[in-house]
Every structure is written in C-alpha cells, then in structure tokens.
Design a protein around this ligand. Structure first.
Ligand SMILES: Nc1ncnc2c1ncn2[C@@H]1O[C@H](COP(=O)(O)OP(=O)(O)OP(=O)(O)O)[C@@H](O)[C@H]1O
Ligand SMILES: O=P(O)(O)OC[C@H]1O[C@H](OP(=O)(O)OP(=O)(O)O)[C@H](O)[C@@H]1O
Length: 544
C-alpha cells in the first residue's frame, strides 16, 4: 500500500473519541468565557496571500509557512498565525467600527515542521484581541480574559508570567551596540544562558546597562523580581515599565488572580512585534507555553490604520491534554520530582562525579546495571540515562525537567529550552579540517564537506557567505577526505590526535564545546525552587 494513502503529513494527526471530547470541551469552555466577557467571534480564511504574513510579522519564519500557489500563480499560505489576519480585518473591514472592538477566534494555525521531533504542525487556538484600546485598563481586560478562560477550563496549576518589551529595548539602546550585537545579547537572554551572556557583555565593563542586561535571564519569579531590577538601573524607560507591571499586578490581584502571576523580565522574543506588556502561560504536564500574548501596538498600522492592539492565544489541545493527564492536580504529574536526563558515554562519568561531590547518593548508578531510570534516595531527584540528542528531545517535551548535554548537540539539534549552566567539562571544539596543504576556500567548485553535524556546518559557511555541499557521515568522519569523498570535514577535535595520525590539519576553529545544563521552559517556571536548588548544588560541586 502507498504509505501516503494511509498516513497524514508530518506534524498532523487524527483525533478520536475521548481526545476529541476533551478538546471540544476545553474549546467550548474558553469560547463561552470570552463570549461572556463581550468578545465576538470572527472567522478568517484558512488560506491567505503570503504578503499578509510576510509584511506584518517578519519574525514568522518563511520556512515554517505552508504554501499554496493559486490559479494565477500567486503564493498563498495556510494560516500560520491568527492575530495577523485579525489585524488586517480590524484595519480594513472594521475601519469605521466604534472602538475598542473585542474579537475572539477559535481556529487552527498550521506550520510546516521538520519530521521526527514530535513537533505539532497544526494547533487549535482560541484567542482574544482587544483592538483600539491601550493602557492599564485595556491590558487588565485582556489578561483577566486569559486568567478567566484558563480558570474555567478547570486547569488547577496554571501560571501566567508577565514581562515588558521596553525593558530590553531601553537597556540595549542605553548600551549603544549595533544590531548584530543586540541580537546576540537578546538570544542569550532568551535562552537564559547566564555564563555566555556575562562573557558577551564583559567588554562593556560596569556600565549600568550592561549590569542590568547581564541580570535579565535571572530576573524571573515572584514580584520581588521588580524590586531587584529597580536596584540595578536608573533607566527611566525601564523604571516606567517596572512601575507599569506593578500597577498591572495590583489591578489583577484585585480580581483574585494575584497568586497565579509570575514575572519574567527575560521575555525578549519577537521584539519587533511586541511594544508593551508580554505574557506566557504554563501548566503542569505541558512542556511549553500553553498561552502567549501581549501588546502589539504597531501591527494594525501595517494594514493601513494606526491603532493600539493586544491579545492572546491559547493552545487548546495542550490544555486539554494536560487536564486529562493531570486530572486536576496542582502542577500536573511528577510535581514533586525533578527528573534529569544525562548524556550516556563520554559525559556520563564526569556528570555522575559532579552529582556525587554535590552530595547525591548515586550508588545505584555506580553499581552498573541496564536500568535507565534511577531515583536518588531522599532527594526528589530522578536520573535518566539517554543518548545526547535524546536528552534534548526529552527536555524539550517536558518529560524530563533538566538535562546535561554537549554544546555540539545543542548547536546541531537546536530546540526550545533554557541553556542555564556551562559545566566546563567535556571540553573540545568543532573545527574545519582537511589534508595538509589543501586549499578549501580557493577554486570555483562548491566545496564538499563531510560531517556528522550538517546544521552546524551550513551555519558556519553561511556566516562566511559561502555555499557548500554537505555529506552526512555517521562516524570516523576523518576518512572522507582521505578517501577523496569530500574536500574537508567539520568535526569534533579534542586533543588533535585523530587528525594528526591521519595526515589532516585544522584550517579553522568553528566553535568551542563543553557540557551544558539545559532546562525545560515550563519546569523552569513551575518548579523554579527545586531546579535552582539542583543547579546550585551542581555549581558547588564544580567549585569543589
Ligand atoms: N573527543 C570527543 N569526541 C566526541 N565528543 C566529545 C569529545 N570530547 C568531548 N565530547 C563531548 O562528549 C559528548 C558525548 O560524546 P559520545 O562520543 O559519548 O557520544 P556521541 O556523540 O553520541 O557518540 P557516539 O555516537 O559515538 O556514541 C559529545 O556530544 C561532546 O559534547
Ligand atoms: O582530537 P581527538 O582527541 O583525537 O578526538 C576527536 C575524535 O573523537 C571523536 O570521535 P569518536 O571517538 O567519538 O568516534 P566517532 O568519530 O566514530 O564518533 C571525534 O569525532 C573525533 O574523531
């Protein structure tokens, strides 16, 4: 049988019976909640012109858009986002409507996903947009709708974290760096890469903006975070944003949602899109944010009418799945354990030694067995042993809260997680190497590069504006140039012995590598104290 006749495209799936019921129940509850708050439904086309999304949100990755060519040859996309078409409608068809308008939608978005990662390419989102209103009352209205809708689904342990786009924007402007440096600082804050951010900011010494930016990845938790940032900077725009968040918190606290609010001043995604408050919602049992939103005052102007707007979207399926799995417990399954995935092989011994010196009893792991999951006695910590790339998969999906994995795997595989600590062992580097005396950069032919790491290789040559052909090799990559299959290799070099003994030499270093601690996005927030404790213990083991 032709497999395309009996399977569905990557990232899509059939939902049957109880899953359907759970999905529709959650969807209907959220819809009813929004209707009750005065939001009116609109439905937008499933397919729109590419230009709608390309122009409005440059951060919506082109590669992720599912494209369709219409009869006239024009490129259309299957709806990748709900807010953009609503901004188009508000700025055009609702041009004369009395403002503000409250709109809601309950429809799918589609993304083209790479196979094999378990990423969804089709989501049912219910969301709300409040258009034509700005300021505290408007943000309170939107956030109350988000809190109300999630509460009514019966989700017991959800939290919504607040951030503000002005904080990063103001500090980066104060620092006065170019766009490329600003983007690399932004990425390090987004990934909560404390150590690398410190290194990147070290040339700016003790300038106040550098100090505040350096602290941003750690500025998440309760309301105390706002006091901390006030002590770090006198930047009036930052202080204005902080005082705004404080007032917004108070307003929401009055409506009874105070204990569900967290702060993350390191929310720095889509900085061209968000203009004010930003927020994300988390729930136990879902590894990623189940709600995202904020204020995007510049969006409607892209469709011809300049008016403020804000809103949010909820990933209905993730909420429904979490409700089914957690059966209403406070933070879902495994709420009292921290599960850590360790990379088997080269990194294993040092990681275990580190756990031991941090005071954990790892005797069961040391005893040597074929077991894969170990509970460390009296700690609430569980250890899982996995292959490097799988460590990322388990952490990204939230079935493990933390992981220890090499920077090489992180660079090759990517993914959404926080990269919180550089453990400093497992040190080696990526390098471009070839036979002694060979010129890889000269000549007219496209160089052929053999590697176990095609994504790292492509990114390295992209930065040089060079096109190369890559050939994936699974091991002993050094053979490829010796057998004349490739002009050069990009591979891991540690002592250099393998290269030397095979008559090869390094042409250029690509990137340094060491073992990193990665943390699931939701776990970092919902299990903050327990995870910070493990990290502090590991760090104390490193010092000892
Ligand atoms: N000389 C080295 N070669 C490869 N990896 C190294 C080296 N030195 C340190 N490392 C780190 O050790 C990690 C684990 O390497 P290991 O070879 O055990 O697993 P692997 O990359 O999955 O290899 P394999 O597929 O051969 O099992 C790497 O991801 C890298 O971060
Ligand atoms: O600079 P060195 O100290 O010589 O170490 C580098 C070598 O170690 C790794 O290979 P590994 O032993 O993991 O075998 P593989 O190539 O089959 O993965 C790496 O791929 C290099 O070949």
């Amino acid at each position: 049988m032709n497999r395309f006749r009996i399977s569905t495209p990557e990232g899509t799936r059939d939902l049957l019976f109880s899953s359907c019921r759970a999905l529709r129940q959650t969807e209907n509850t959220i819809r009813a909640s929004l209707e009750n708050r005065g939001y009116s439904e609109i439905i937008t086309p499933a397919v729109e012109y590419f230009d709608v999304f390309a122009q409005a949100n440059p951060e919506l990755d082109q590669e992720q858009m599912l494209k369709v060519i219409d009869r006239s040859g024009r490129i259309c996309v299957v709806r990748p986002d709900n807010t953009t078409p609503i901004a188009r409608i508000a700025a055009t068809r609702l041009d004369n409507a009395a403002l503000p308008v409250r709109l809601y939608y309950s429809q799918k978005v589609f993304r083209s996903v790479v196979g094999g990662h378990g990423h969804k390419g089709e989501f049912l989102q219910v969301g709300a947009e409040l258009i034509g209103a700005d300021g505290l009352e408007a943000d309170k209205d939107i956030l109350s709708a988000a809190f109300g809708a999630l509460t009514e689904t019966g989700a017991a342990g959800f939290r919504i974290e607040l951030g503000h786009a002005e904080i990063y924007k103001a500090l980066i402007e104060e620092l006065g760096v170019d766009a490329a440096a600003a983007e690399s600082i932004r990425r390090l804050i987004e990934n909560k890469s404390f150590a690398a951010l410190g290194d990147t900011l070290s040339p700016y010494g003790d300038r106040p903006a550098a100090g505040a930016l350096r602290a941003m990845p750690q500025l998440f938790g309760g309301m105390e975070v706002l006091d901390q940032v006030e002590a770090l900077t006198g930047n009036v725009r930052v202080l204005g944003a902080v005082s705004y968040l404080r007032r917004l918190y108070r307003a929401l606290d009055e409506t009874g949602y105070g204990d569900r609010i967290m702060i993350d001043l390191g929310l720095v995604h889509e900085m061209d899109y968000y203009t004010g408050v930003m927020f994300r919602g988390y729930i136990g049992g879902a590894g990623a944010a189940i709600l995202a939103g904020g204020r995007y005052n510049a969006l409607c102007a892209k469709f011809g009418k300049d008016m403020p707007a804000g809103g949010f979207g909820i990933d209905v399926e993730s909420v429904a799945e979490s409700l089914q799995g957690a059966a209403g417990t406070e933070t879902g399954t495994r709420r009292d354990t921290v599960r850590i995935a360790l990379t088997k092989g080269r990194l294993e011994k040092k990681t275990l030694a580190l756990l031991k010196s941090a005071g954990y009893d790892i005797s069961e792991l040391e005893a040597g067995s074929r077991k894969l999951i170990f509970a460390l006695p009296d700690t609430g910590v569980e250890i899982v042993l996995a292959k490097a790339a799988d460590v990322i998969t388990y952490v990204e999906h939230g079935v493990c809260d933390m992981g220890v994995v090499g920077k090489d795997t992180i660079m090759e595989k990517g993914g959404s997680f926080y990269e919180m600590v550089d453990l400093g062992f497992g040190k080696c580097r990526f390098a471009l190497a070839t036979k002694k005396g060979k010129d890889v950069y000269g000549g007219y032919q496209t160089p052929v590069i053999a590697t176990k790491y095609p994504a790292v290789t492509k990114a390295f040559f992209n930065r040089k504006n060079m096109d190369v052909e890559t050939i994936k090799i699974e091991g002993s990559v050094e053979l490829a140039p010796l057998l004349e299959l490739a002009d050069a290799i990009v591979d891991i070099v540690e002592t250099g012995t393998t290269l030397k003994e095979n008559g090869l030499e390094v042409i250029e270093d690509v990137a340094p590598i060491s073992a990193r601690v990665i943390v699931n996005l939701a776990s970092a927030k919902l299990k903050k104290a327990a995870i910070q404790k493990v990290i502090a213990e590991l760090e104390s083991g490193l010092e000892g």
